[in-house]
Design a protein around this ligand. Structure first.
Ligand code: AMP
Length: 143
């Protein structure tokens, strides 16, 4: 299964803000959309960074509530690891696990076309394992 199949099922909506948005705005946007990370984009639509709930917690632990007035750019990850629609869910899982992050923007011709999370990937892996187990059971009982 590929990233394209995940996007076909979950949709291509991507929640973005600019790097100038404050951590307060980032927190409110994450909470309102029930998501764990958002993409920070430049005026031309390019990816400037990614910021997750983990970055917000880190900022609050280091600076206290005053951090909420700081720009997202001060706490985002600027070296964003992206994936493509043709990538398999196994490849994406490996890259998330190696990089210790749970979100990956999907790009096509340098444009943002979706986001996949570890939750999306694990859900499909479990579904595949269950359908393989059912096929094996059916094969055994019919033999
Ligand atoms: P997460 O597990 O997604 O909450 O992110 C953990 C850390 O990795 C945070 O510092 C994020 O900013 C960073 N991060 C999340 N996703 C990516 C990504 N695709 N590429 C680079 N860094 C990321």
């Amino acid at each position: 299964m590929t990233v394209a199949a995940i996007l076909a099922e979950k949709g291509r909506r991507v929640v973005t803000l600019t790097p100038k948005a404050t951590l307060g705005e980032v927190s409110r946007t994450l909470a309102a959309n029930r998501i764990g990370a958002l993409i920070l984009t430049r005026a031309d639509g390019g990816i400037a960074g990614i910021i997750s709930e983990r970055d917000v917690v880190r900022a609050l632990a280091a600076e206290g509530g005053e951090a909420l007035a700081e720009p997202a750019s001060a706490y985002m990850s600027a070296n964003v690891v992206t994936c493509h629609e043709e990538d398999t869910i196994d490849t994406v899982m490996e890259r998330m696990s190696a990089g210790r992050f749970r979100h990956m923007p999907v790009v096509k011709n340098d444009r943002l076309v979706g986001v996949v999370s570890i939750g999306d990937v694990v859900k499909r892996r479990i579904a595949r394992a269950e359908s393989e187990a059912a096929e094996i059971r059916a094969y055994i009982t019919s033999a």
